[in-house]
Design a protein around this ligand. Sequence first.
Ligand SMILES: *[C@@H]1O[C@H](CO)[C@@H](O)[C@H](O)[C@H]1NC(C)=O
Ligand SMILES: *[C@@H]1O[C@H](CO)[C@@H](O)[C@H](O)[C@H]1NC(C)=O
Length: 433
Amino acid sequence: MIVKRQAIKLIFGAGALMLVGQLLMLRLLRPPVPFRLEPVSQFVNVTAAIPLPIILLDRAVLTQLSDMCPFCNLQHPVAFASLYKHIHEVQSLQSVLDASGFKSTILLNTLPVEPAAPKVVRDVPTGFLIAKDGVVIHLVLLHERADSYWWFGAVQSDFGIKQKLLDFGLPGHAPTLDIMIDEGAVDRFKGVLVEVQGLNLMVPSSINLYLEQRSSDHFIECSHSRAAAFFDEFGDDDSSEALKFKHKAWKLLTTAKQVLDQLNIPFWLSSGTCLGYYRQCDLITYSKDVDLGIMASDYSTNLIPEFQKRGFKLKHVFGRINDSFEISFVYDDLKLDLFFFYREGNSIWNGGTQAKSGLKFKYVFPSFTLCWTEFLQLKVRVPCETLSYILANYGSGWSTPQRAWDWKSSPPNVRPNGEWEKKDWPEVIQVYY
Ligand SMILES: *[C@@H]1O[C@H](CO)[C@@H](O)[C@H](O)[C@H]1NC(C)=O
Ligand SMILES: *[C@@H]1O[C@H](CO)[C@@H](O)[C@H](O)[C@H]1NC(C)=O
């Protein structure tokens, strides 16, 4: 009997396997179900009647906009966006959608990694899932933030996201969405009306610029709770010199950002400026300068002239574009250090040069990627792996103010790196001011 039962099991097993195989074959052979445009058309009409301006943000559709049928092969919910400020009441939008036969659910920022102060708070709506006749529309709510950019939340910050996705027939784990997988930020952009497959749709006026922004849109919030803990322990310096420094440094950073953005050179907060951001969401008032990192490969020969046009005085240029390059400017008595970085295997390093001795130094960081953040009301980049960057540069004592700091010996990641040959000094050690 036992033998027979095993045989039956075997037969059943083989049968089941064949069935799975056949189903897989069927799936492969069957053409994908064409995307149904009718519900999207209705959604566009319903929002137009409210009126609620919406813009198509779906990258899969936008990249195929000039083709015959941009919606035809869409495999995920189609992403639209609206400005949060245009939604007076999320519930009233829901009842309008409901009256037109749409099912909808609100996505919330219930579990933000870090609640931002003061604008984007806990439980703020970040979007909607909207469905009709098997078509799911993902409406993203863009939140206006300082410095003219839009922030959007992550679906994973919604406490009930798993069930919401399942309710809309989407996989509850890795959601197949085009946007809001992570928090993100994009600069404001204008829209333009186009006709797509018979629909009148608003799309970003420069699709290429929009797509480029989306390719690195990951946003992290400065930890205001960490900053509050720091100020609780060490107090805040609100002397008039400190306030003066902050104002000047803010002006310097704002102008430097304008220059670098205009040159299309990505930069990030580095050294003491990055430490201030991470520890205090603010400038470290005793640091007396602003430090920015730039990949050496992004350097442009227009950089120095453009800074000079904006009133920055060249202080020094050390190293070469391909080795230990750094540029310092002075702006309204404050120093701006631009450190150029080099990728080498699994690490990224920048160099230092001691002008009087020609000694070279190397600061080595674990490889990192760049994220947007908001710092002093500006949308700027920081290493996404901010803590490992800070630990490399400042060690485990980073959370305590250190006024005595020697750039040649204090950083845990500093290494001697030989010296410049005397004959090269005029080229690699240029001191102007
Ligand atoms: C939406 O409005 C347009 C223009 O008014 C109309 O042609 C179209 O049929 C409407 N779509 C639906 C699905 O009702
Ligand atoms: C950098 O460029 C100089 C010429 O400007 C060259 O002599 C040197 O070998 C280069 N160094 C590296 C590390 O590639």
